[in-house]
Design a protein around this ligand. Structure first.
Ligand code: T3D
Length: 261
């Protein structure tokens, strides 16, 4: 199995597990990732999802060795098939599933590995992690959602710099650019990330789901449409058990216990 899936309370942790290939994404890994993310998205007991890598890498993108024979024979591989069958569903599941998704970036991220991290709602990273979009190194365009996510996260100018100049981005730059949310020393990352993911999994899941959808949908609409969308989502949120619990807990001066309902 090229990835491991474990439950940690109400959170699912998915770890890419090909450390010898720096967690490069071969066919079976992408297939397993689509399945694991789909299950986590559908399971009402799962209220947050973390994606990480085993070993010294987070993920170095497409497994280029898998395509070696085609390249050696001078044939162009069918990139459309891989994008439609694997990368697009993985990107959409991470970005759009109705619960928080977190990339726990333990080490090097390159190519589509960067794209996966960008598709998550949050990026928590090791101070040892370094990032490179890498697509230009093999004369491809950034894919797996990175042309959509990267400029929105870091702005057009930085996105151009990261994609065209292609330098490595270290942890300090990643923080400064807004590429990552938080950075910890490598030996603290797992503990801190588990605490953060557990807090998300104990949060108001339905409100989180609506927040994700609103932020993404409202990137493309005018203010009047955004205000209408907020009102509709707020009416629905106001009818949840978690809203009642949140207000009750406030009035009783205690922390809320959300059920994700
Ligand atoms: O299908 C499509 O749609 C195409 C889509 C492409 C999307 C993409 O993701 S394009 C970008 C692909 N990724 C890269 O270009 C990164 C390639 N890797 C590297 O440049 C280097 O490995 C790193 C700079 C990331 C790390 O360097 P270093 O020196 O720390 O490690 P290393 O020795 O290069 O790699 C360790 C092993 O991982 C090595 O295996 P070996 O020789 O010991 O058996 C290496 O071949 C393997 N590895 C690293 N990257 C990949 C890989 N194997 C397959 N595919 C890789 N992408």
């Amino acid at each position: 199995m090229s990835l491991t899936v474990r439950r940690h309370g109400a959170a699912t942790w998915i770890a890419l597990d090909r450390p010898e290939a720096l967690n490069a994404l071969d066919g079976p890994t992408k297939e397993a990732l689509v399945a694991a993310l789909g299950q986590a998205a559908e399971d009402p007991e799962v209220r947050a999802v973390a994606l990480t890598g085993n070993g010294r890498a987070f993920c170095v993108g497409q497994d280029l060795r898998e395509l070696e024979q085609a390249y050696r024979e001078g044939r162009a591989p069918d990139l459309a098939e891989a994008l439609e069958r694997h990368y697009a569903p993985i990107c959409r599941l991470l970005a759009e599933m109705p619960k928080p998704t977190v990339a726990v970036v333990n080490g090097v991220a390159a190519g589509a590995g960067v794209s996966l991290a960008l598709a998550c709602d949050l990026r928590l990273a090791s101070s040892e992690a370094r990032w490179r979009l890498a697509f230009s190194g093999i004369a491809l365009v950034p894919d797996a959602g990175s042309t959509w996510h990267l400029p929105r996260l870091v702005g057009l100018s930085r996105a151009m710099e990261i994609a065209l100049l292609g330098d490595w981005v270290d942890a300090g730059q990643a923080l400064q650019f807004g590429l990552v949310n938080r950075v910890w020393p490598a030996d603290e990352l797992q503990r801190e990330a588990e605490a953060a993911v557990a807090a998300l999994a104990a949060g108001p899941t339905l409100a989180f789901a609506r927040t994700k959808a609103l932020f993404r949908d409202h990137l493309r609409v005018d203010l009047a449409t955004a205000l209408a969308g907020e009102a509709e989502a707020q009416v629905a949120s106001g009818q949840t058990k978690d809203h009642l619990e949140g207000v009750t807990a406030f009035l009783e001066k205690r922390p809320p216990t959300f059920q994700g309902a």
